[in-house]
Design a protein around this ligand. Structure first.
Ligand SMILES: [Zn+2]
Length: 322
């Protein structure tokens, strides 16, 4: 309790909001109709991609408990809250649910969503195991497919989904310590191990969408991917890395894949449904976005778009055709 209290006080004292999202460039529309390709963003790396008929959900983190709430009551998946979000955003079906890795901000609500929507779940053995433990004993009823034993891609006509094992964002010892204290206090140590991390290429006749849910890279990790229309690119903890790291990450995920539109994700503080940026000193978003903007400015065929609201809808086909 004591070190955590000291840390919390320190964080409140030194935290400052150096960057905030703007909604200016984001298209909004209440629903997705047939013949469109759209993505709805729910903070962190939770994104629903839909063509009006079929839907693919990446990760599942909707409950988003506040830090103080979680330290008092635990990091829990709240089924009523998930239902409310699904109803409010008119999400009727989730055909496939893709899990990036086993941390709570990626899989906390995925089991409940999969159960409610009868979705096929694809993820690492560890992510599937953790997810299945968190559905009130209904884990055995889920339709799960460990990515380790899957072929290279999964057809969900007219979508085709490919998975790529990519590194998780590196964490400093300080970050690991802070995270341990938080998870310990909020009864969430079960989510400490991440297991393998995956990025996803989602192809549709209307566009090629790449999702990189964690800001780690290795050279050639997305080899053979080209002509990407939109990349949803995690920036979580990227601001704590060197400028050269950030540029190389951009090179592997944007330049080498030919991505035309970059939508940064995982910039929020993981708490509540009003998306707020992660504060310094946990991350340094100003640094990340300054570098991103400079890199985007160098290539006129690349543009940056920032989602600002929970549940915000992007008409993807509009973004890269305009
Ligand atoms: Zn993670």
């Amino acid at each position: 309790m004591k070190p955590l209290f000291v840390f919390a006080v320190m964080l409140v004292l030194v935290s400052c909001e150096s960057w905030a999202p703007s909604n200016e460039d984001v298209l909004q529309s209440p629903n997705v109709s047939n013949g469109q390709l759209a993505a709805r963003y729910f903070g962190a790396s939770t994104i629903l991609i839909s063509d009006g008929e079929h839907s693919v959900l990446i990760d599942g983190f909707f409950s988003r408990p506040g830090k103080l709430y979680a330290m008092k009551h635990g990091i829990n998946s709240l089924e009523a809250s998930i239902q409310e979000i699904m109803n409010f955003n008119n999400i009727k079906e989730v055909d496939v649910l893709l899990l990036s890795h086993a941390h709570y901000d990626h899989i906390l609500d995925s089991g409940r969503v999969a159960y409610l929507k009868d979705s096929i779940v694809i993820g690492s053995n560890l992510a599937i195991k953790k997810m299945s433990e968190n559905v009130n004993g209904r884990g055995g009823e889920l339709k799960v497919f460990p990515v380790e034993v899957m072929p290279d891609d999964f057809p969900l006509v007219p979508f085709n989904i490919k998975y790529f094992k990519t590194p998780h964002a590196p964490k400093s010892f300080l970050m690991q310590g802070i995270e341990y204290l938080y998870l310990h206090k909020s009864d969430g140590l079960n989510y400490r191990e991440e297991g393998d991390n995956y990025s996803f290429l989602i192809q549709h006749p209307l566009g090629k969408i790449l999702v990189v849910p964690s800001a780690g890279f290795s050279e050639g990790m997305l080899q053979d991917i080209e002509d990407v229309d939109v990349v949803f690119l995690s920036v979580g903890l990227l601001g704590k890395q060197s400028c050269s790291y950030i540029k190389k990450y951009w090179s592997e995920t944007v330049e080498k894949t030919g991505a035309k539109v970059v939508i940064p994700i995982h910039w929020d503080n993981l708490s509540g449904q009003s998306l707020k940026p992660t504060l310094w000193p946990v991350d340094n978003l100003s640094k990340t976005f300054e570098i991103f903007q400079k890199l985007a400015d160098k290539n006129e065929s690349v543009s940056l778009k920032l989602p600002g609201k929970f549940g915000e809808l992007f008409r993807l086909d509009h973004l890269y055709r305009n």
